[in-house]
Design a protein around this ligand. Structure first.
Ligand code: NAP
Length: 264
């Protein structure tokens, strides 16, 4: 039987999760409650049969899984508002960036299965990469939350101390990949394509390259070897990119983002 899920904070991420759970049939509409203060923006979800309300405590009382999807600065107030309704029978999943499990526990002052999840914007099309960490969770709780996010993309469990790194590689990573694709489009136009055709070729080529790694379990260099003919056009292009600092600039960008998140 599907569990009742309350999504506290029906913004971009909260609504994407609700849509994904419906589309994947992980949940039926009557088993999802979604809250926000101004519920007028959620009429479309309401039409699909999801319960849309403004009362967080009521949503918590009538649910087993609580997904917290408000902005980081709103977390404390929202948790203060629902902590009396939270019990050890609930599973609490926070998708809020940068708020530690220990900080959540301090506000609610009780022990319950508690998860942090770091998805990315591709959750809107059920192609997220979601990193999970948890505390006080039994095997069946872990399996359930893993299964839930598996319906919205791929999932891996990490230690909480790696959550900032997960934010950079998995969430900022979407922007990094977009810039790589954009540069390909710019190059594609320079060598003769119109923008639309260049966009299609660049995006599908990157998607296919990623699928090769995910489906074959190969290392990128193994796939590169398959397309680099000796003295050919691929290797000269690749080497020129490296002379210009391609890999180095990506690694430096990732480590700069990480330094920023770690000091904020
Ligand atoms: N977007 C992403 O891809 C992504 C990825 C990873 C993590 N995150 C994290 O996910 C969280 C949500 O991000 P988002 O992009 O979805 O933000 P968002 O669109 O601003 O959504 C937050 C929602 O919370 C609602 N809210 C605020 N106070 C509330 C309250 N007291 N009770 C109930 N609802 C309340 C807001 O609606 P009202 O003002 O109408 O109440 C708003 O719709 C953030 O902490 C972010 O760091 C986002």
């Amino acid at each position: 039987m599907s569990k009742k899920i309350a999504i506290i904070g029906g913004g971009n991420l909260g609504t994407a999760i609700a849509e994904g759970l419906l589309k994947s049939k992980f949940s039926v509409p009557k088993d999802i409650i979604i809250t926000k203060r101004n519920i007028s923006t959620l009429t479309e979800l309401g039409k699909k049969g999801i319960e849309v309300i403004g009362d967080n405590s009521d949503a918590v009382l009538r649910s087993e899984i609580i997904i917290l999807a408000v902005k980081p600065f709103q977390v404390k107030d929202v948790l203060e508002g629902i902590k009396n309704q939270l019990s050890s029978n609930h599973i609490l999943v926070s998708v809020v960036t940068g708020v530690l499990i220990a900080e959540i526990e301090e506000v609610i002052s009780k022990k319950l299965p508690l998860f942090r999840a770091m998805p990315n914007t591709a959750i809107a099309i059920s192609e997220s990469m979601t990193c999970l960490s948890h505390t006080n969770a039994a095997k069946h709780d872990i399996n359930y939350v893993h299964e839930l996010f598996s319906k919205l993309g791929k999932v891996t469990t990490i230690e909480e101390k790696l959550m900032n790194a997960a934010t950079v590689l998995g969430a900022c990573g979407t922007a990094f990949a977009m810039r790589y694709i954009r540069a390909n489009i710019q190059g594609g136009i320079e060598i003769g394509f119109d923008a639309l055709t260049a966009s299609l070729i660049a995006a599908q080529t990157v998607k296919g390259a990623a699928e090769l790694l995910l489906q074959n379990g190969t290392h990128p260099e193994q796939e590169i070897d398959k397309v680099t003919t000796p003295k050919g056009c691929t290797i000269v292009g690749l080497n020129e990119m490296e002379h210009q600092g391609f890999s180095s600039s990506l690694i430096k960008g990732i480590s700069t983002s990480y330094s920023k998140i770690a000091t904020d």
